[in-house]
Design a protein around this ligand. Structure first.
Ligand code: GTR
Length: 441
């Protein structure tokens, strides 16, 4: 009987979830993965030099930046501030505490190839507390500490691998998984369902550790008045510049980083933050703010992530702010349909990562994320890298499909296929990380 009710509920949730998904996924030719994949080739409007992008090297008051010192003291802080004020919002300036508990160490994870650590990150502020789970896989060898990839996942830590010892994330319920495809009771249904996006064995084999956190554990992906997740820790009125869900996820990534910094198996100077789609936006924002991330990876992050807003190609600000009113600061909405009035654009987000290595990936059929716009952000971030002493020579032309390019600290590829994270993407991320992390040794 219980099983029947559970299954019915799941079906109901799945239907609601499917409707949400359908409502969020446009079906027009500009929609996600809607084309055969060649629309992006024709899409070169507006020409890059007519986009009127804000100049990275001129301050908002018109001062020309020519030295690394001025960049660090003047320009970087004001760009960061402008993204807080106009795009992602601000984290409340209130004290908080972070503690960790390593709840379990599995010496035989991934059939003996790795060690798995189940960690609870315990946050408290204003007399309230909130926990999230982090699962860390480290190679079982004596070559540590290991360079590490940290990423948020969409459906719960137990979905990234079929290993039965990975605990179900504590806030996992059918209700706060975005599209409600899985029943949390039916562990056997959801366990490992997203494993293809996290090739854990291969990551371990290539000498990396992998840390994952369920995004919904940090903040459920709903427009629910910011009453739960880490938002609930902080008190006070919200205003136009208050943080949204992407800001919360990015903040959570930094708290996960607090843990990784003191785990002796993790090389604290070689942690890469990686994310896909909405979680790619969060990875970029985390990497932009928190300079402890040594490498930043955006997988198909699109609008509000890697893509230049002024191109008005694929997803527009009015779409994203309309469909996901909880993702950004309220102030971002004033630019709906008026992208050209934004004081920043996404190439400036990239410039905040400089001089650290940065990799952006697109997918050929992912017009909704505007692949060329994602590439152009990297291209237009180059002055910051050059000012800080790195030679980068990316050209204006969009690299060819499945032909990755890397120049200095910047890397890019556009993969054939749809909006997703594939083994191909991961191999490129690890090639890029090999280049930067191992070169220093
Ligand atoms: C889409 C949204 C994108 C992207 C994506 C995802 O519906 O329009 O900006 O973030 O969701 O996260 O899968």
């Amino acid at each position: 009987m219980n099983l029947r009710i559970t299954s019915l509920l799941c079906l109901l949730f799945a239907l609601v979830g499917f409707q949400q998904l359908a409502a969020q996924t446009p079906t027009t030719m500009t929609g996600r993965d809607a084309t055969a994949g060649n629309a992006w080739e024709a899409d070169r409007t507006p020409p890059p030099d007519e986009m009127n992008l804000p100049d990275i090297m001129t301050t908002f008051s018109g001062y020309n930046i020519t030295t690394g010192t001025d960049w660090a003291a003047k320009r970087r802080p004001e760009i960061l501030n402008a993204f807080q004020a106009n795009v992602y919002g601000r984290v409340p300036k209130q004290d908080y505490q972070v503690k960790f508990s390593v709840d379990n160490i599995d010496e035989d994870a991934l059939e003996g190839k790795a060690i798995g650590k189940s960690v609870t990150v315990m946050l408290s502020a204003n007399g309230k507390s909130h926990n999230f789970n982090l699962y860390l896989l480290v190679p079982k060898s004596d070559k540590g500490p290991y360079p590490t990839f940290l990423g948020l996942n969409f459906y719960g830590n137990h979905t990234v691998h079929a290993d039965s010892d990975i605990p179900i994330s504590s806030s996992w319920t059918p209700n706060n998984s975005q599209f409600c495809v899985f029943d949390h009771q039916a562990d056997e249904v959801s366990r490992g369902v997203r494993a293809y996006r996290w090739p854990a064995e291969r990551i371990i084999q290539r000498g990396y550790a992998l840390a994952v956190v369920y995004s919904g554990d940090i903040d459920p992906d709903f427009d629910d008045g910011f009453t739960n997740g880490v938002h609930a820790l902080f008190s006070g009125e919200r205003d136009n510049q208050s943080w949204g869900t992407i800001g919360a996820w990015a903040w959570g990534l930094s708290r996960a980083m607090d843990y990784l910094m003191q785990d002796e198996d993790v090389d604290r100077n070689k942690v890469a933050v990686m994310g896909h789609s909405r979680l790619g936006k969060a990875a970029l924002w985390a990497g932009a703010q928190d300079e402890r991330f040594a490498l930043v990876i955006s997988n198909d992050s699109g609008c509000g992530g890697a893509a230049i807003s002024r191109r008005k190609s694929g997803e527009r600000l009015k779409d994203i702010n309309g469909n996901f009113p909880h993702w950004f600061a309220r102030s971002f909405r004033q630019y709906n349909g008026k992208e050209e009035t934004l004081p920043v654009d996404q190439h400036m987000l990239m410039s905040l990562v400089a001089p650290r290595p940065l990799y952006v990936a697109s997918a050929q059929q992912d017009d909704w994320a505007d692949p060329y716009g994602e590439y152009l952000s990297l291209y237009f971030a180059q002055p910051a890298y050059r000012l800080l002493g790195y030679r980068t020579r990316l050209g204006l032309q969009h690299p060819k499909v499945n032909e990755p390019v890397s120049s200095g600290q910047l890397g890019y590829h556009i993969r054939s296929g749809r909006h997703d994270v594939t083994r191909y993407d991961w191999e490129r991320y690890m090639d890029f990380a090999d280049l930067h992390f191992h070169a220093e040794k």
